[in-house]
Ligand binder design. Structure first.
Ligand code: FAD
Length: 385
């Protein structure tokens, strides 16, 4: 993309992906201006769960990328960048019917084939690990090497540890091109001149890139309880129902589907989610959806009946039409790199993908092959449409 580290990059979007790219660009000596229509973590990053999970990923490029991305968290935790923010913990994939048990077993086999540690857990062992688990749970697998991090904390850390000019309340209206390459970003009448532009604006990337048919907003509602333990997670792992896997593997496609996860937070609270509502980009929660999520959660883990629900919230995932993120150089507009479409996986993938995007902007090869994520697959289709 650019041969010198002394370039000036305008990064559009201060979510976890834009913040990571900005951080690693600045660390490599580039000048960075980070623009956000609102402020850091104002989008999905600030309204999400924080599963850094390989267990939840569709087999193929997503599972492989998630393994790299989770290893990147481990490295960043060890070298101090994410110290105190990333926590190792198990994911339990749980089934409540024979059909679900089959799905969980198939997913476990895919995880093992990708090199992941997968442990079969019988009901008695599971009950010893998670006392009170619902009577309907008939099969489970433990994925011991997953983790958790809060997106807004990671974003704050990445920005706090770099010298980056952050422009809040700065909505990019368009990417300005001169002589066939990016010359900067227009914010109202102002031009923020730059040598290269990274579009990491979540669902806001669609109008900037003309990807309105390709990027789909997918709302997710979640509920947060009071503390079930005074400090530290109240149960010994993250509960992920087969309904969540079904959504990720493209088996359950109905709008409003609930992919159930019960996440024990470090605060002792539970985060319970979530709905998958396509073409919804508002942040409203409604009693019907939250009640449906809680009903499912109570069946899986009845001790939740003793908890108070403190609040509900909704965030907007950015899904792409083929379910894979879009990361790489714009195939027709020089000087633009794209990193969006992370759907429900961007807290896990975000820091690593941001680091990869930074390398592309610096003219270096990314740490892994990103061909499967290339923007070309969509921008080409559009050209023929
Ligand atoms: C309910 C829910 C639960 C989730 N749970 C998980 C989970 O457990 N694990 C996981 O890995 N992922 C999870 N995710 C997904 C994760 O939150 C997202 O994939 C990730 O936050 C995407 O980060 P991003 O930086 O690409 O986008 P965002 O966080 O959406 O950031 C985009 C930023 O761009 C800004 N912006 C938009 N348009 C413009 C513009 N024109 N000009 C300037 N700025 C602009 C916005 O203000 C925003 O700050 C969940 C998401 C939701 C909604």
């Amino acid at each position: 993309m650019a041969s010198s580290a002394a370039i000036h990059v305008a990064v559009i979007g201060a979510g976890i992906v834009g913040a990571a790219a900005a951080h690693f660009l600045a660390a490599a000596g580039a000048r960075v201006t980070l623009l956000d229509a609102s402020g850091p973590a104002a989008g999905a990053t600030g309204a999400s769960d924080g599963a850094v999970s390989v267990a939840s990923k569709r087999p193929g490029p997503m599972m492989d990328l998630a393994r790299h991305a989770r290893a990147f968290y481990v490295r960043c935790e060890r070298d101090g960048l994410f110290r105190g923010l990333f926590h190792r913990r198990s994911t339990f994939l749980v089934a409540r019917t024979a059909v679900e048990a089959e799905l969980v077993a198939r997913h476990g086999a895919d995880l093992a084939a990708a090199g992941e540690r997968v442990v079969e857990v019988d009901r008695a062992t599971l009950l010893a690990r998670i006392p009170g688990l619902g009577a309907s749970v008939c099969a489970a697998l433990e994925i011991p090497d997953d983790g958790h991090a809060l997106g807004y904390e990671i974003t704050q850390r990445l920005l706090g540890r770099s010298r980056i000019a952050i422009r809040r309340n700065a909505p990019a209206a368009e990417i300005v091109m001169r002589a066939g390459r990016a010359a900067g970003v227009a914010i109202g009448d102002e031009l923020v001149a730059a040598d290269a532009v990274l579009v990491a604006a979540g669902i806001g990337s669609a109008p900037l890139l003309g990807l309105g048919e390709i990027l789909i907003p997918r709302k997710g509602q979640m509920a947060v309880t009071d503390r079930a333990s005074p400090s530290g997670p109240a149960i010994d792992g993250h509960l992920m129902a087969a309904s969540y896997l079904a959504a990720k593997r493209g088996i359950a496609r109905e709008d409003g589907h609930i992919g159930l996860v019960i996440d024990p937070l470090m605060t002792g609270q539970f985060l319970i989610g979530g709905s998958r509502e396509d073409h919804r980009s508002d942040h409203a929660t409604d009693a019907r959806t939250i009640a449906a999520i809680l009903r499912e959660a109570l069946d899986l883990y009845p001790p939740l009946a003793h908890r108070r629900v403190l609040r509900s919230f909704a965030g907007v995932r950015t899904a792409s039409r083929d379910g894979l993120p879009i990361v790489g150089a714009h195939p027709r507009r020089e000087g633009i790199v794209i990193a969006t479409g992370f759907e429900g996986d961007g807290i896990c993938l975000g820091p690593f993908m941001g680091a990869c995007a930074a390398r592309l902007l610096l003219g270096e090869a990314p740490a892994v092959d990103l061909k499967a994520l290339s923007p070309q697959r969509f921008l080409r289709v559009e050209a023929h449409a």
